[in-house]
Design a protein around this ligand. Structure first.
Ligand SMILES: NC(=O)C1=CN([C@@H]2O[C@H](COP(=O)(O)OP(=O)(O)OC[C@H]3O[C@@H](n4cnc5c(N)ncnc54)[C@H](O)[C@@H]3O)[C@@H](O)[C@H]2O)C=CC1
Ligand SMILES: CC(C)CC(=O)C(=O)O
Ligand SMILES: [Mg+2]
Length: 366
């Protein structure tokens, strides 16, 4: 297959981790006889520096002519004092809205060889396998008015029934493909938008009698995520709650550098990015964990290109490299087991090559 991928590297560790993901995709393309064309474009702080805009027209045009978008991360202290329209994060929100990428899928899965990296007890984290389904184009990050003066500030939280219905439908459909349970997280004891959310879930569950539904208030959900994460299958929630809960969930897996995400709309077009941000504290040192970006690229192959075998091959390679005891510095402190971003990516590529060779041998017997 021939596919065009827009690569928006962004700021901080964004370029370091997307470079790793592109290298892995190049190997997959070669091994599976695909052609991936990578078109690089600007977003975030680097776009502000070059184009005085966090999401330039040129970037939108490149993304529009692509089959999917791969993104690193945006933001950093350099732009923290900028007015809100010149904040890097504005570019990220704008691209999600422009392409109507309302469904943000954030898988959180414990990897047996990484249990040591979590501060939580092994028993608590070992069977975790959940999918956080975060509404991505509505809620308080997009509501108007949104303004601040020295004396007061306002943000607005709005959800329409249609916005809630489409993300809840996505969660139910995913639950059917998984363990058949949806936990809907809201703050319906206080917020009107959450009351509507709760009502919509109650109505829609009638269409999914095979799916178990539970409601959880966000504050206690934050607690249960740490005390009993294995009890969750699909978690569906609004934009800001999903943002916060998914960073919290990274503690289960051991590092924020491990969590990938897919932001998709109904027709399969999507933007793929790590859950983490630009990590200014480690940027430029060549030590960032590229796993989240590489696994986001795997999600791109699965959800936008229908390349399930290729996606699974990448995921297996990543898991095997961890099993073999190779880590980045966020996951281990032991000498000899810690690798730079580039070295660790080389290990994944080596493993991909090995898998391909052993599969070819297997196929030759068939
Ligand atoms: N999707 C995006 O582009 C996002 C952008 N941001 C922006 O990123 C900037 C920094 O935000 P923070 O709150 O510090 O969150 P962050 O996610 O960038 O970093 C939080 C902590 O996790 C570590 N970390 C994150 N990813 C890592 C990786 N791949 N390997 C190793 N360590 C990793 C960082 O070093 C840091 O200690 C801000 O400007 C923020 O607005 C934050 C979240 C998401
Ligand atoms: C600009 C922020 C909403 C980015 C973020 O933290 C996220 O999407 O996870
Ligand atoms: Mg976030």
């Amino acid at each position: 297959m021939e596919k065009r991928v827009a690569v928006l590297q962004g700021d901080g560790i964004g370029p370091e981790v997307t470079e790793a993901a592109v290298r892995v995709l190049e190997v997959v393309a070669r091994r599976f006889n695909h052609t991936f064309q990578f078109d690089f474009a600007s977003i975030g702080g680097e776009a502000i520096d070059k184009f005085n805009h966090p999401l330039p027209e040129e970037t939108i045009a490149i993304c529009e002519s692509s089959d999917a978008i791969l993104l690193g991360a945006v933001g950093g202290p350099k732009w923290d004092q900028n007015p809100s329209e010149l904040r890097p994060e504005k570019g990220l929100l704008a691209i999600r809205k422009h392409f109507d990428l309302f469904a943000n899928l954030r898988p959180v899965k414990a990897v047996p060889s990484l249990l040591h990296a979590s501060p939580l007890k092994e028993d608590v984290v070992k069977n975790v396998d959940m999918m956080i389904v975060r509404e991505l184009t509505g809620g308080i990050y997009f509501g108007e008015p949104s303004r601040k003066t020295a004396k007061s500030a306002v943000d607005t939280l709005v959800y329409t029934r249609e916005e809630i219905e489409r993300i809840v439908e996505k969660a139910f459909e995913l639950a059917r493909l998984r363990r058949g349970k949806v936990t809907s997280v809201d703050k319906a004891n206080v917020l009107q938008s959450s009351k509507l959310w709760h009502e919509v879930v109650e109505e829609m569950k009638k269409g999914y009698p095979d799916v178990e539904v539970e409601h959880q208030l966000v504050d206690s959900a934050a607690m249960k995520l740490i005390t009993n994460p294995g009890s969750f299958d699909v978690v569906v929630t609004e934009n800001m709650f999903g943002d916060i809960l998914s960073d919290e969930a990274s503690v289960i897996t051991g590092s924020l550098g491990l969590l990938p995400s897919a932001s998709v709309r109904s027709d399969g077009f999507g933007l793929y990015e790590p859950v983490h941000g630009s990590a200014p504290d480690v940027a430029g040192k060549g030590i960032a964990n590229p796993a989240a970006a590489i696994l986001s690229a795997a999600m791109m192959l699965r959800y936008s290109f229908g390349m399930e075998t290729e996606a699974a091959t990448i995921e297996k390679a990543v898991e095997t490299v961890f099993e073999d005891g190779h880590f980045t510095s966020d996951l281990s402190v032991e000498d000899g087991r810690v690798h730079s971003t580039k070295e660790w990516t080389d290990k994944v590529i080596g493993e991909l090559d090995l898998q391909f060779v052993s599969n070819s041998i297997m196929f030759s017997y068939v």
